[in-house]
Design a protein around this ligand. Structure first.
Ligand SMILES: Nc1ncnc2c1ncn2[C@@H]1O[C@H](COP(=O)(O)OP(=O)(O)O)[C@@H](O)[C@H]1O
Ligand SMILES: [Mg+2]
Length: 468
């Protein structure tokens, strides 16, 4: 068998492993982003809480001393350590202020108690992306004593810088994680899926190129996962295909041998027929009695040879499509039948005159002639044919009132040489009928058979089957 050259490895961009690699990197990055946004918001909230704490610590120095006694230098130091322009501490009964100069105009006021992880995401991202710093007025309860409120005014430069570093770290980490995950996944998939798949493809290709060679092709595997099962199924199929190829080869060889024998046998039988004819002319009563059965037997033998030969030569019917009236075809069959048994049986033609089908008239004639002949040979008095249209098929029913199919005929029905249950039968008639129907894209099947008769159902694909 000449195999086509097939491509076994796909182009890199189409390769399963590369696509998975890219997808994994993408998905890991995506999930990192989903995690990143709330963690940035959380980072900002923690930072604010710490800010309140440091501010509180700075102002504690004032609490113990009368405000006037603190030197401006100390105030500056305290404010620098808190990173603030000003700090205010409100207790239930007094208010402590720590500032050196009048603090700048406040850009935004933030109450730590109002902050939440989700709502903070937008503000955190905005702060990160902003170009200039804001003056923030932050207030919240002191972590040391919730009755005290600490307020602090500061530039958010430092916060934004730390958020930037935080983001950079996360991005870096995400990259490392996704590359690492993708890489591991890639290697795993390569070993677990891609390589085995390639092995299967190359095995199947090898088999397709050289199906007869038992050493070539896919080899059995111990794997029991999906790929292993696929491989096992393919190996089994390979075995079946090989076996049926071998059988076909045998049959072909046998067929050609049978054809040759048949051909010679027909010649020999013709001579025998000729001789029996001559014998029948002898004027001897014994001979006169013996010759007719002899002629009949030889006749049947010649018939068998002829049919076998024509079947062996048949390479599936070549169809000569035409549109014709089914009723006309059946009238021909009916005439044929009348000649066969001197009008003892008849064909009841229930097909309308306008019923038109498309197909090879001669081939379809063989089908109906065979069916009618079979019925009559089985002992039917009447063969009834009717036809009907459906949406896309033509159904033709062939019924007879014969005795039904014998069991032997049922067993090998439609199979060449094996369905015959009568003396001198070849078992080719129904096999040929099925070949013809299938070549037309149709089918013949046994619908029913019993003591009161046999019913074959024929289907043909419809092609504008009805005349207007
Ligand atoms: N209408 C029928 N009624 C009863 N038996 C039938 C009918 N059609 C076919 N058969 C049986 O099926 C067998 C196979 O038929 P066929 O394939 O035409 O081969 P053949 O006619 O050469 O025996 C026949 O031998 C016969 O026994
Ligand atoms: Mg027949």
């Amino acid at each position: 068998m000449a195999g086509k050259e097939r491509r076994i490895t796909p182009p890199l961009a189409r390769s399963l492993s590369v696509r998975l690699l890219v997808l994994t990197i993408f998905f890991v990055m995506l999930s990192e982003v989903l995690i990143y946004a709330p963690s940035l918001s959380n980072f900002r909230i923690r930072w604010f809480e710490e800010k309140i704490q440091t501010a509180h610590l700075a102002i504690l120095a004032l609490q113990s001393t009368p405000e006037q006694l603190v030197s401006p230098e100390l105030k500056t130091d305290l404010l620098r350590s808190a990173g603030a322009h000003a700090v205010i501490l409100r207790t239930p009964d007094r208010r402590l202020l720590l500032y050196t100069t009048r603090p700048p105009q406040v850009d935004e006021t933030i109450n730590v108690q109002d902050l939440s992880l989700v709502r903070g995401v937008g503000d955190a991202l905005a702060a990160l992306l902003r170009n200039e710093s804001n003056v923030v007025h932050l207030l919240g309860p002191s972590p040391r004593d919730p009755r005290l409120t600490v307020e602090v005014v500061f530039d958010d430069d430092e916060l934004r810088e730390q958020m930037r570093v935080f983001s950079r770290n996360i991005l870096f980490l995400a990259l490392i994680i996704s590359v690492l995950t993708a890489g591991l996944l890639y290697v795993t998939l390569l070993g677990l899926v891609v390589r085995p798949m390639r092995r299967i493809t190359s095995g199947v290709t090898e088999f397709a190129n050289n199906p007869e060679n038992t050493l070539a092709g896919l080899q059995p595997t111990q794997r029991r996962d999906e790929i292993g099962l696929a491989q096992t199924v393919l190996v089994d199929m390979q075995k079946d295909v090989r076996a049926s190829l071998k059988q076909k080869e045998h049959l072909a060889a046998l067929g050609s041998a049978v054809s040759k024998i048949n051909h010679d046998l027909r010649g020999i039988l013709s001579t025998a027929l000729l001789m029996s004819d001559r014998l029948s002319q002898l004027d001897n009563p014994d001979v006169k009695k013996l010759v007719p059965p002899l002629v009949q037997a030889v006749d049947r033998a010649i018939g068998l040879c002829t049919q076998t030969l024509s079947f062996a030569r048949d390479e599936g019917p070549q169809l000569d499509h035409a549109r014709f009236r089914l009723r006309g075809l059946l009238e021909d069959v009916s005439a044929d039948l009348a000649a066969l048994n001197a009008g003892l049986s008849q064909l009841e033609n229930n097909v309308g005159d306008e019923f038109v089908i498309e197909g090879d008239r001669d081939q379809l004639y063989r089908v109906f002639a065979n069916l009618a002949r079979n019925a009559v040979e089985a002992g039917a008095k009447t063969v009834t044919v009717s036809a009907r249209n459906t949406e896309d098929e033509v159904f033709i029913d062939v019924n007879d009132d014969g005795p039904g199919l014998p069991q032997k005929a049922r067993d090998g029905l439609f199979m060449p040489f094996s369905g015959s249950a009568k003396k001198g039968g070849t078992g080719l008639g129904l096999a040929i009928a099925r070949d013809v129907m299938r070549a037309h894209g149709g089918e013949i099947e046994l619908a029913a058979s019993g003591e009161s008769g046999t019913h074959f159902l024929l289907r043909l694909p419809k092609s504008r089957s009805r005349l207007a």
